[in-house]
Write a protein that binds this ligand. Sequence first.
Ligand SMILES: [Zn+2]
Ligand SMILES: [Zn+2]
Length: 268
Amino acid sequence: MLWDTHMHCYFSGDSEADPDDMIKAAKAAGLSGLCFTDHLDYDFPFDPPGLFEPDLDAYGEAMRALRAAHTGDFRVLHGIELGVQPHLHEKLARVVADGAYDFVICSSHTVDGMDLYYKDFYEGKDEHTAYLRYFTSILENLDGFSDFDVYGHIDYVVRYGPNTNKFFTYDAYADVLDAILQKLVDMGKGIEINTGGFKYGLGHPNPCEDILKRYRALGGEIITIGSDAHEPKHVAYDFAKVPGILREAGFTHFTVFENRKPVFYPLP
Ligand SMILES: [Zn+2]
Ligand SMILES: [Zn+2]
């Protein structure tokens, strides 16, 4: 049975979900467990300031209580999704060291001080230039930050570009994508299959199947599964597709991080 190890609740500035309702939805979907990964994005270029800076003590306390209450057939783990930017590397490393997390996702939501969700990042750039800049910024983050377990939704930029993923292929960015994936493999880090891409109508997960396949071909073994749900109805979104996609990409197992250590489960 699968786990959903990327989801948000009301500790994230863009979610109002009660964690208990997310747990109920995960149980109803037949999962074995979940991991909350609420957002921490310092210096996010958006009003109000601090929208994605939860009270980490309150978050930790709530998560530890939920974790302790779910130790049987259904497990609840405590993670975090860090919005990484080059000037934040040291600050985020301290957060991780202090937090006693099970799982840390490193994500690029902001590049060159611009939120990828808004169009200013894409203005004045053709699509290839914009997407390439997003990917090279991941490489810059990997040069300075290593205190994480998986890199989140590696082709996240295609969710929001003016043409989304209509013209996007692995081949068009093979050099930079290979550099990212090889570096992650060399660092012993994982990636995730994030089914938010299906929810956004891309017809593919983030990252797309060819990138998942390439990570595996380069020797990568650590793949976590997440819906990126911000409300209960999106928990385990399109998970029926996940085992087939991962097998097709060459994986036999998926990964759940517990106390920052990977645990491998056979794909159903
Ligand atoms: Zn994210
Ligand atoms: Zn997320």
